[in-house]
Design a protein around this ligand. Structure first.
Ligand SMILES: [Zn+2]
Length: 403
């Protein structure tokens, strides 16, 4: 059993300090390095798929969240309103959609711009009960990989299919193994907006996008504004949670009076697709730490290379190799204290993918000997070739440590 809380502590990935508050962990340098690599990858994946990234503040005026429907339908899952004065009240946002609707309507839009894909890795807040908080899987300050794709109604089916494909690519690169798809539908009760016809239309579109994929239906799990496809994962204890999600929303475009000019010069209403490829960074890493038992693929390992000189005479050559690794974009560190065997064992325990050993023979020949964290060794090779091998595995985002 690999509990991400234990591994997070051992590998110094994040720290839960009571003074910071329950559900408010801090990311330590090693965890931040891994997260940074993942964020860069996701941003690049989205950029290539036509997404435009924005920044928006994690809190906004009360009126914004009244207009969005959050204060009316979602207030139980939000922190209380912050009051500066009677006419100056703020909300710690529980979602990014309201701000992205403002991005959309910052100017007039033409059908030629659609689908308009607005993405952000942004902060939001949910007041989870303290009893359910632990590690990174449930937190109160959330960093969400989010986007809102504004489509013409006839584009929605293709857009959802494309998001599913992008999700599949991201999950393959990260080593996410989905436990299944879920179609989350309305349940009984009054906590939903919109009319029956819209809900039915959205549901049909999502069923069509799922096509032949196996999925289960979950009544009562929809968002308050529309049905969604959830991509589920299972943690080490077997508990299921939602990682990625695609939601259809006809309601917010109406609330925010969003429009575009269609091909015949008429005013038309876009549909909003809310989507997250990998969910929040917190829940994603809770999952990745467990599924990889801390041994991340080399491309997002916090430290990719530990350089180990056998003795003091090799320290200068080892430091030069470390510097070359860093200049090549790798995360590398030099470790000189302790026996060579202990240092190799420690690198493996820390899940560092590669240890580069430099003894007298290697230095004389301009070589290094690579040891992998799984115990395999590679015959000594020219230092430049070793660096090229590691940089190649990292650039390919390979799950294997050798090409
Ligand atoms: Zn949204």
């Amino acid at each position: 059993m690999h509990d991400h809380r234990r591994l997070g502590r051992e590998l110094e990935l994040f720290h839960a300090d009571p003074l910071s508050g329950a559900g408010l962990p801090v990311w330590l340098p090693a965890g931040a390095a891994a997260r940074h690599a993942v964020e860069e990858y996701v941003r690049e994946l989205e950029r290539r798929a036509g997404y435009q990234h924005v920044y928006s503040p994690p809190l906004g005026k009360r009126e914004l969240f009244e207009l969005s429907g959050h204060l009316g339908y979602f207030a139980d899952d939000m922190f209380p309103v912050l009051r500066l004065s009677a006419d100056d009240e703020f909300v710690l946002r529980p979602a990014l959609c309201p701000h992205h609707a403002l991005v959309y309507r910052a100017r007039g839009r033409s059908y030629r711009e659609l689908p308009l894909r607005i993405a952000e890795l942004g902060g939001m807040y949910r007041p989870e009960r303290s009893g359910v908080l632990g590690g990174l899987s449930r937190v109160r300050a959330i960093s969400l990989n989010d986007a809102h794709n504004f489509c013409a109604p006839e584009q929605v089916g293709a857009e959802v299919a494309e998001v599913l494909e992008l999700t599949r690519a991201a999950h393959a690169a990260l080593g996410v193994r989905p436990a299944g798809f879920r179609l989350s539908l309305r349940g009984p009760g009054e906590k939903y907006v919109g009319d029956d016809e819209e809900w039915q239309r959205a549901e049909e579109l999502l069923r069509a996008a799922l096509g032949g994929l196996p999925y289960v239906e979950a009544p009562g799990e929809a968002a308050f504004y529309g049905p969604k496809i959830d991509i589920q994962v299972r943690d080490a204890a077997g508990r299921e949670s939602t990682l990625a999600t695609i939601q259809l929303d006809f309601d917010k475009p109406a609330r925010f009076d969003l429009s575009y000019t269609d091909g015949r010069g008429r005013r038309a209403r876009p549909v909003m697709v809310h989507r997250s490829l990998v969910g929040s960074m917190e829940r994603l890493f809770a999952y990745l730490i467990e599924v990889h038992a801390g041994a991340f693929p080399a491309w997002y390992a916090p430290v990719q290379v530990r350089v180990l000189p056998v003795g003091p005479a090799q320290v200068a050559a080892a430091e030069a190799f470390r510097r070359d690794c860093v200049l090549a974009g790798l995360r590398a560190e030099l470790v000189v204290d302790g026996s060579l065997g202990a240092r190799i064992r420690d690198a493996a325990q820390r899940r560092v993918p590669y240890a580069a050993v430099l003894g007298a023979r290697e230095v004389a020949a301009g070589q290094v000997a690579l040891r992998l964290r799984d115990g395999r060794g590679v015959d000594p090779m020219a230092a430049g070739d070793a660096l090229g091998l590691i940089a190649g595995v990292v650039a390919d985002r390979s799950a294997e440590l050798l090409p």
